[in-house]
Design a protein around this ligand. Structure first.
Ligand code: HEM
Length: 492
């Protein structure tokens, strides 16, 4: 055999054996996937949960526990299969060794409309791109920058509290008590505070009005993205449909608004985090679409998340009268100290104020199930082999109420429980702003906002629960339809 032939032979046989090895690995791992050492496969949920996981979370959760007990189970999300985990040990294994390498599936497995709206936002990124984008977004939302917003937030929240009786969702009055639908009353407060944080001095009344107008359009787009049956399809979205027109109108308006605000901030030398963040686009670290979609993610997409968390907090406090009274006393006692400084009170981790926020987020997560994330390496979860690249979602409410960690009263709003628990004990049993390094960009402003809201409302009003129509089913977040009765406290 000539040298050339021997070389060809070697190359061909190497390629063939590599292909054979790959097939063998695929076949063995494929057949092993989601199977335990005794050959049992994880249970699978047959129905498609693509929409129901948002609108009917408790039902899916209940069915999951009926078919699978505490074991993980598989669900269908349109044409994708995802593994649901529910227990702290399963989360620990999911996060072990590769948490920083987890990637988000394309368009979060939610389809084309979601992709067009948010498919390039920071929340969908992973790896170097994510780190590069966050390097530009993080400074404006750091702990320090967020604490600098305290005076502004306090003034805005006081104004909101003073106007609560006038709010359009104010349904009825009895004697000196007025009733409000909590979610509606809280809807625009976080939106305004986030806008102030993101645009800084460049946010004027005209821009804010325009943001509100765009938000109305965005509400419909969110419905298309999360609940639209046809809008998941790429082909449908090419057609000249109403939803396509809405998307185009929104995107055009959103781009113009940001360009105008940033141009004004530059021309007038105004302090504006958005102007700073946009430097990432000018430097070529992120595309304009990535910038615009992340600004959307933290503002419009977030409005449902943060307003629902604020509303749940107030509802929970209204339902627990003894705790409300104790918190009111703590606030009064803290404020009467000569050294009182609201920033110190907000930063305190051993105060009823802090426990209340923790407990409400624990019990009332913003979504029934977390958005999907992919493992980077092979894993064994609860004895089942889970191959690298598996998409996992977490049953958020079930994890946050695991009785083994939170006790037999885990479904009860009892903030004082945090006084006797070490953070290590619930490290894998409390999903709040993400797990591990907690990716949420707004975690600092969210906590500050919730605490100032609580201080301001509890000082002014005695809250009692009103009529409650349960959870709305037209929102991607867990949104209560409950009312609160507010009775002004007469300060003597
Ligand atoms: C109490 C209210 C909030 C809760 C419970 C919450 C929760 C979360 C969670 C669970 C995630 C996913 C983290 C992950 O993928 O590991 C997230 C991501 C995110 N949140 Fe929040 N959030 C809240 C408020 C806010 C606010 C006020 C903002 C505004 C800046 C915000 C902006 C974002 C962004 C931009 C992401 C994507 C970050 C990334 O993946 O890099 N969130 N949030």
């Amino acid at each position: 055999m000539s040298n050339t032939h021997a070389w060809d032979y070697l190359v061909v046989t190497s390629i063939l054996s590599a292909l054979l090895a790959l097939c063998a690995r695929f076949l063995t791992n494929g057949s092993k996937a989601f199977t335990n050492s005794e050959g049992f496969k994880v249970k699978a949920f047959k129905e498609d949960t693509r929409f129901q996981r948002f609108s009917h979370g408790p039902e899916i959760s209940q069915k999951g526990s009926e078919i699978s007990g505490n074991d993980p189970y598989l669900v269908q999300n349109g044409r994708f299969q995802e593994l649901v985990i529910t227990q702290p040990e399963q989360l620990r294994e999911f996060a072990r060794k590769d948490a920083k390498d987890h990637m988000k599936p394309k368009n979060m497995n939610l389809g084309d409309c979601f992709g067009r709206l948010l498919g390039n936002s920071v929340g969908v990124q992973g790896g170097r791109k994510w780190a590069m984008m966050r390097a530009h977004f993080d400074p404006g939302f750091s702990r320090l920058a967020s604490m600098d917003m305290v005076p502004k937030f306090t003034a805005e929240i006081r104004h909101w509290v003073a106007n609560l009786p006038k709010c359009s969702s104010c349904n009825s009055h009895t004697a000196n008590t007025f009733f409000q639908n909590a979610s509606q009353a809280c809807r625009y407060l976080p939106f305004r505070l986030i806008a102030l944080t993101a645009y800084g001095e460049a946010l004027n009344d005209e821009t804010y009005e325009e943001l509100l107008h765009l938000n109305d359009l965005h509400d419909t787009l969110m419905f298309d993205a999360f609940f639209g049956k046809w809008t998941v399809s790429k082909i449908f979205n090419i057609l000249p449909t109403e939803s396509r027109k809405r998307m185009q109108t929104f995107q055009k308006g959103w781009k113009k608004l940001n360009h105008d605000v940033i141009a004004r901030a530059k021309a007038e030398g105004l302090r504006s985090p958005a102007k700073q963040i946009y430097k990432g686009v000018e430097l070529g670290d992120m595309s304009e679409t990535e910038f615009l979609q992340t600004m959307d993610e933290l503002l419009f997409t977030n409005i449902d998340v943060t307003s629902t968390v604020t509303a749940s907090l107030l509802i929970n406090i209204s339902e627990n009268q003894p705790f409300q009274a104790a918190l009111r006393e703590e606030i009064a006692a803290t404020q009467s100290q000569e050294s009182y400084n609201i920033k110190d009170y907000i930063a305190k981790k051993d105060a009823l104020l802090h426990y209340a926020v923790m407990e409400s987020i624990r019990m009332c997560p913003a979504l029934w199930f977390s958005l999907p994330e992919k493992t980077a390496i092979d894993k064994v979860i609860e004895g089942y082999y889970v191959p690298a690249g598996t998409t996992i979602i977490i049953d958020w409410k079930r994890l946050n109420t695991t009785p083994a960690i939170w006790g037999s009263d885990s479904e009860l709003f009892r903030p004082e429980r945090f006084a006797s628990m070490s953070p290590m004990s619930y490290r894998y049993a409390f999903l709040r702003f993400g797990f591990g390094r907690e990716r949420c960009l707004g975690k600092n402003i969210a906590e500050i906002m919730l605490k100032i809201v609580l201080i301001s409302v509890v000082q002014q009003y005695d809250m009692k629960p009103g009529k409650n129509d349960g959870i709305r089913q037209d929102k991607f977040t867990v949104t209560s339809d409950g009312e609160i009765g507010f009775t002004p406290i007469v300060h003597v």
